[in-house]
Design a protein around this ligand. Structure first.
Ligand SMILES: [Zn+2]
Ligand SMILES: [Zn+2]
Ligand SMILES: [Zn+2]
Length: 321
C-alpha cells in the first residue's frame, strides 16, 4: 500500500483523502498521445493508481468524460481540473498527479518515477520526450520495441507529415467544441513564445505536474471558430474560472480541456493551452513557437522537485528537437 494523499481540484470544492496503491515515487509511463494532450491542454499525461475507488459522493460531483471505451476521465465543472480517471478494463481508479496537493506525513520529493515514454509517435516531433532522455521511448504502447534513435525517427515522421510553412496554427480541444486559430505575429518570420510553468495554479488547472503555454498572444491574433468572442469569455462552450484576483482560466465545459489563461497584468493578451495546438510539424509547434529553454516559470513552486530538475536540465534539447 502507498501513502495517503489529498486529491483536489483547483477551486477546492472537491477535496478528498485517498490512499495510493503503490509507494512513492510511483512508477509508471508518461503518455504523449493526442487524446491526452487535447483533453488536458498540456503535453504529457500520467496517472497514479489509487488503492480503492474514490467515495461515491466525490465522484458524483465530477463531470464524466469518456475519451474512449477504455477510459472515463473526470473533471470539476467549476474549475475544470481533471482530478481522476477510471480504466474500465482494469477496474482501476487513478488520480492525476497534478491534482495531488499533499502527501500526508510525507516530504516533497519525487512523486512519480517515469519508466518509459508512450505514444511518442503521435507527437511527430518527439514532444516533451526530449526533456527526459534517459528512459525508453515507445512509438505507441509498450508492447513494441523502444526506439534507438528518436532524432532519426522524428525526422522521418516530419517528412511524412509533409510540413509546409503555414501562416496559421489551428487549436482544438478533444471534444471539438472549442476551436480557434492563432495567426502569426506581424513580422512574418517571428514566432510566439512557448514555455513550461510549474506554478500551483497551473498544476491544479491541468492536473499534471507541468503546464505548457503558447504565451502572450494578442486577442486580435486569435480567430475563434463559430463564435465572435475576443478572449473566450463569452464562448458558449467555455467555462471561466477565476483562479486568482488577477487571473482567469478558461476550459471546455464538455471535455474539461484547459483552453486559455488570461490575466489583468497582461491586458489584451492571452496564453493558449499548448496541448490544443494542431501544428503539422508536431506537438512542439516549432514552426510557430520559440521555446523558452532558459527557464521553467515559477519553478520554485513545483510539487515534484525531482521531475522539475530533470526537465529543466534537459530543456535545451527542445532547441535541437
Ligand atoms: Zn473545482
Ligand atoms: Zn472540449
Ligand atoms: Zn503557472
Amino acid at each position: 500500500m502507498g501513502q495517503e494523499v489529498i486529491v483536489r481540484c483547483h477551486c477546492g470544492q472537491l477535496s478528498e483523502k485517498a490512499q495510493l496503491r503503490d509507494e512513492i515515487p510511483v512508477k509508471g509511463s508518461l503518455c504523449h498521445c493526442n487524446i491526452c494532450r487535447h483533453v488536458t491542454g498540456t503535453l504529457t499525461f500520467s496517472g497514479v493508481a489509487l488503492a480503492s475507488p474514490p467515495a461515491e459522493a466525490f465522484i458524483s460531483k465530477l463531470v464524466r468524460y469518456p475519451t474512449s471505451e477504455k477510459i472515463d476521465r473526470y473533471f470539476c465543472k467549476t474549475c475544470g481540473s481533471h482530478v481522476c480517471y477510471y480504466v474500465v478494463k482494469e477496474d482501476r481508479w487513478s488520480a492525476c498527479p497534478g491534482a495531488i496537493d499533499e502527501v500526508i506525513g510525507g516530504s516533497k520529493g519525487a512523486l512519480e518515477k517515469y519508466t518509459e515514454h508512450e505514444f511518442v509517435g503521435d507527437t511527430v516531433d518527439g514532444g516533451l520526450a526530449w526533456t527526459l532522455p534517459d528512459i525508453p521511448v515507445y512509438v505507441a504502447g509498450t508492447e513494441g520495441t523502444p526506439l534507438t534513435d528518436l532524432r532519426k525517427e522524428t525526422r522521418r515522421w516530419q517528412e511524412s507529415a509533409q510540413t509546409t510553412k503555414e501562416d496559421k496554427l489551428e487549436a482544438q480541444c478533444h471534444c471539438g467544441q472549442v476551436r480557434l486559430t492563432v495567426l502569426r505575429p506581424d513580422e512574418s518570420a517571428s514566432k510566439w513564445r512557448g514555455g513550461i510553468c510549474a506554478c500551483r495554479s497551473c498544476r491544479l488547472s491541468c492536473s499534471q505536474p507541468l503546464a505548457v503555454w503558447a504565451m502572450d498572444i494578442p486577442f486580435a491574433k486569435v480567430v475563434w471558430a463559430d463564435v465572435m468572442v475576443f478572449d473566450g469569455s463569452a464562448h458558449p462552450s467555455i467555462t471561466r474560472f477565476q483562479s486568482s484576483d488577477h487571473a482567469h482560466r478558461d476550459f471546455c465545459s464538455k471535455c474539461g480541456a484547459s483552453v486559455l489563461y488570461t490575466s489583468t497584468t497582461q491586458p489584451g493578451q492571452l496564453d493558449v493551452a499548448f496541448g490544443l495546438l494542431r501544428a503539422k510539424d508536431g506537438a512542439l509547434a516549432k514552426s510557430f513557437i520559440e521555446w523558452d529553454t532558459g527557464k521553467i516559470h515559477h519553478q520554485e513552486d513545483a510539487f515534484d522537485k525531482e521531475l522539475l530538475k530533470r526537465v529543466k536540465d534537459n530543456l535545451g534539447a527542445l532547441e535541437q528537437a
